[in-house]
Design a binder for this molecule. Structure first.
Ligand SMILES: Nc1ncnc2c1ncn2[C@@H]1O[C@H](COP(=O)(O)OP(=O)(O)OP(=O)(O)O)[C@@H](O)[C@H]1O
Ligand SMILES: [Mg+2]
Length: 375
C-alpha cells in the first residue's frame, strides 16, 4: 500500500466538515448556492436519488473556483443547476444577481447568454466548421451575419485557432476541439463560464494547454469560472478556491492553497494522495506504524509555504535540538502562484524529541504532522 496520507489521524472535531462551511453572505459572489438540495424522483425500478444536500457555495467575481468529487458525487448536477438545466428541489441559485430558480423557461434562455459552458466531450456539431460552431449561439440570438463574423474571428484568435476556422470537428485534435468549445462558450460574452470535466478526455500536455487558456480568458475577459473535476492536478493548476463534494455534500472548502496545506476531510486527503509528492516511497509506506515503539523513528511531514519555502528550516531545527533529521522526500511546487513545499523527514521517535521538533517548526510558522513511525 502506497497511500500513507490515509493513515493520518482524523481531523479534530472542531475542524473539517461542518467547521469549514459558512452560510453564503458574500454579495460580491457572481454565483451563489444557498441551501441547495436536489433529489431525483423515484422511477419504476429505482428509488429516489438524493444528489445534493444542503449545498452552500459562493463563487467570487473573477475567481476560478473548482469543485472536486468522485464519480456520482453530484458534480454535474451541481453545475447544471447554475444554467437551469436542472431545477433544485429546495434552496436557490443566484447568478449575477438573478435568482435562476425563479425564472421561467423564457427568462432562463435569456440568462443562459451570460453563462457559457464547456463539456468533457466538446459537444460540437459535426457538420459545422470551427467558425460555424462558434457562430451558433450568436445565430440563435439573432445577431446579423456581419456582426457574427466580427465577433467570431477574434475569438478564434484568442483560443489560437485562427488557421483552423474552416475545419470540421473530425479534422481537429481533442485539444483543438476543446478550444472551439471554449470560443463557442465565450461567443455571447458571458460573465460566467462553467466547465464540466473539460479536460478529462485530453492527455496531460493538452490538459495543461487548455487549463492555461482558461486562466487566460479568466484574466483577460474578467470571466468568473466554475469548474468541476475529479483531478486534484486540475484544481492545483487553475483554481483559486476549491470545494470538495462527497456524497452530494460539500465537506470542505477554502482557498486552494489552504486546502493543499491543511486538508481536513478524509476525501480531500485521498484526492491529494493521488498527486505526486503526497505518497511515500513504498519501502517506507509498508513499514509505517501508527504508534511509537522503543527505538522507532518518527516520520514527519512538513509543509513549507509562502516565503518559508526556501528557508533552511531543517538545519535550524536540527542545530537547535542537537538531533539528526533525515530527509526522506522533498518536493517544491507551485500552487495558485505560491511556492509550496512538502518535505518528509525521519527523526528520533521518542515523545520528547517529536514534541520539541513539532513545536520548533510551529514557532517558525510552518505546519507539520507525524504520519507514523518506522523501526
Ligand atoms: N437525471 C437523473 N435522474 C436520476 N438520477 C440522476 C440523474 N442525474 C444524476 N443522477 C444521480 O445523481 C447522482 C449524482 O450524479 P452526477 O451526474 O451529478 O455525478 P458526477 O459527480 O457528475 O459524476 P461523474 O464524475 O461520474 O460525472 C448520481 O447518483 C446519479 O446517478
Ligand atoms: Mg459528471
Amino acid at each position: 500500500m502506497n497511500a500513507p496520507l490515509s493513515i493520518l489521524p482524523p481531523p479534530p472535531a472542531s475542524a473539517g466538515a461542518a467547521g469549514a462551511i459558512h452560510p453564503v453572505t458574500d454579495t460580491a459572489a457572481v454565483i451563489r448556492f444557498e441551501g441547495v438540495e436536489k433529489t431525483f424522483p423515484a422511477r419504476s425500478g429505482s428509488g429516489a436519488v438524493s444528489a445534493l444536500t444542503d449545498v452552500n457555495l459562493a463563487v467570487p467575481e473573477g475567481a476560478i473556483v473548482g469543485v472536486i468529487g468522485r464519480s456520482g458525487a453530484g458534480k454535474s448536477t451541481l453545475i447544471r443547476l447554475v444554467n437551469g438545466l436542472e431545477r433544485p428541489t429546495a434552496g436557490r441559485i443566484v447568478v449575477d444577481g438573478t435568482d435562476i430558480t425563479a425564472l421561467s423557461e423564457r427568462g432562463l434562455r435569456q440568462a443562459r447568454r451570460s453563462i457559457g459552458m464547456i463539456f468533457q466531450h466538446f459537444n460540437l456539431l459535426a457538420r459545422r466548421t470551427a467558425f460555424e460552431n462558434v457562430a451558433l449561439p450568436l445565430e440563435i440570438a439573432g445577431i446579423p451575419a456581419r456582426e457574427i463574423k466580427s465577433r467570431v474571428e477574434p475569438l478564434l484568435d484568442l483560443v489560437g485557432l485562427a488557421d483552423k476556422r474552416d475545419r470540421y470537428p473530425a479534422e481537429l485534435s481533442g485539444g483543438q476541439k476543446q478550444r472551439v468549445g471554449i470560443a463557442r462558450a465565450l461567443a455571447t460574452r458571458p460573465r460566467v463560464l462553467l466547465s464540466d470535466e473539460a479536460t478529462s478526455a485530453l492527455d496531460p500536455e493538452t490538459t495543461n494547454q487548455i487549463l492555461a487558456l482558461l486562466r487566460k480568458v479568466n484574466a483577460e475577459l474578467k470571466l468568473t469560472v466554475l469548474l468541476i473535476t475529479h483531478e486534484m492536478a486540475v484544481i492545483k493548476a487553475v483554481a483559486d478556491r476549491v470545494a470538495v463534494l462527497d456524497g452530494g455534500r460539500i465537506v470542505e472548502d477554502g482557498s486552494t492553497f489552504d486546502i493543499f496545506a491543511r486538508p481536513q476531510h478524509p476525501t480531500t486527503r485521498s484526492f491529494l494522495s493521488a498527486l505526486t509528492g503526497s505518497t511515500l516511497p513504498p519501502h517506507l509506506a509498508d513499514r509505517l506504524k501508527p504508534a511509537h515503539t522503543p527505538g522507532a523513528e518518527a516520520v514527519v511531514r512538513i509543509v513549507f509555504t509562502g516565503t518559508h519555502a526556501t528557508d533552511p528550516v531543517l538545519s535550524r531545527v536540527s542545530r537547535l535540538l542537537s538531533i539528526d533529521i533525515n530527509i526522506i522526500q522533498a518536493q517544491v511546487d507551485d500552487i495558485a502562484g505560491q511556492p509550496f513545499g512538502v518535505i518528509v523527514v525521519s527523526l528520533p521517535g521518542d515523545a520528547a524529541t517529536v514534541a520539541g521538533v513539532t513545536n520548533a517548526i510551529a514557532r517558525l510558522g510552518l505546519a507539520s504532522e507525524v504520519i507514523g513511525y518506522v523501526s
